[in-house]
Design a protein around this ligand. Structure first.
Ligand code: FES
Length: 110
């Protein structure tokens, strides 16, 4: 289907995975990582995608135009560990056609 996009995700062991993500299921990046089990259960998506735990932090490696950060995401990242300039919360990145080819690396576990 045309509605799938390809995303490259580097897991916490440095292994790169190219995965297909649907754009018609209102999924976010954290949920994609979980659905492919690229991080152990309980180490990602702890708050359920509410921008309240930072367990879904990732580093954006490609130069995609991502949606602006909302206040809650910015606040969470200001308290999180291992934050870099290209850090984002995966649960705040929705899978849309614009995200095709996105490359991210999962941040270390807090
Ligand atoms: S899942 Fe908790 S901040 Fe993203």
């Amino acid at each position: 289907m045309e509605q799938d996009i390809t995303i490259k995700i580097i897991d916490r062991d440095g292994v790169s995975h190219e995965v297909l993500a649907p754009t018609d299921m209102a999924m976010n990046l954290m949920e994609v990582v979980r659905s492919y089990e690229l991080a152990p259960e309980g180490t990602i998506g702890v708050c359920g995608g509410m921008a309240m735990c930072a367990s879904c932090q990732c580093y954006v490696l490609s130069d995609h135009q991502l949606p602006e950060m909302q206040d809650d995401e910015e606040a969470m990242l200001s308290e999180a560990f291992y934050v870099k300039d290209n850090s984002r919360l995966g649960c705040q990145i929705q899978m849309t056609l614009d995200m095709n080819g996105l490359e991210v690396e999962l941040a270390p576990e807090n």
